[in-house]
Design a protein around this ligand. Sequence first.
Ligand SMILES: C[S@@+](CC[C@H](N)C(=O)[O-])C[C@H]1O[C@@H](n2cnc3c(N)ncnc32)[C@H](O)[C@@H]1O
Length: 244
Amino acid sequence: MNSILQELISSFSSSQRHNVMKVLVACEYSGIVRDAFIKRGHQAISCDLIPTEYAGPHYQGDVRDLLNEDWDLMIAHPPCTYLTISGARWFKGREKQQQDALNFIRLLMESPIPRIAIENPIGVISTRIRKPDQIIQPWMFGHGETKATCLWLKNLPTLKPTKIVSGRVPKVHYAAPGPNRAKIRSLTYSGIAKAMAKQWGYLESLSETRNTSTNPSDRFDSQAHADYGLSRFRRLYRSTGAWV
Ligand SMILES: C[S@@+](CC[C@H](N)C(=O)[O-])C[C@H]1O[C@@H](n2cnc3c(N)ncnc32)[C@H](O)[C@@H]1O
């Protein structure tokens, strides 16, 4: 039995005891954010058009298939190719692709999930949709590098820096040319993923179907809701092939 599966099973058995969130990590093949939430006992699944790089619950397909499931939180890393400032010289003649990319962002922002974070570099989302709620840097989370990353948040607090370090190397810009360059540059920093899981993983449920008692021992303790949520999740995991 692999360790991810063991973590999943232990997260299920503890779901009656503490606030377990159902987390969709959209547009993620690395599993970095997904696994940070699973390590903290949450039920997280990544979704990308391409396979996951590390074994774990992953839906290979279009995230639009999953947006109406019963999630507590979505963290999305949509493609930035047609949206970034650094890609501005490419925009001419690619207006249609840029419009499609913006429509995808709007769809994610407006999906019926109680808490949402959308991550993207500085770019046209700020002027065409709205300004981000926060701009973070890897050096705020233990990595001595620069890469300005915007966060658009719904019902989430801004992320607090966890470990400010002195390095300021724009390392991702010097990634060696090659077929994996874009992939390497798009990876989420592990320190940021851990901060998301720690700071966003213990928020009150906003789902109307959840038990809203203020007594912590009653919270999320509704057997019917837990069974319902778990059976949906198990179906989803099975459909991804991860539940084997
Ligand atoms: C900028 S990368 C994000 C990588 C991410 N930070 C990680 O660590 O895996 C954007 C990803 O979005 C995926 N993607 C694009 N359109 C998608 C869709 N409709 N549904 C799911 N994933 C999609 C791409 O395949 C690509 O891997």
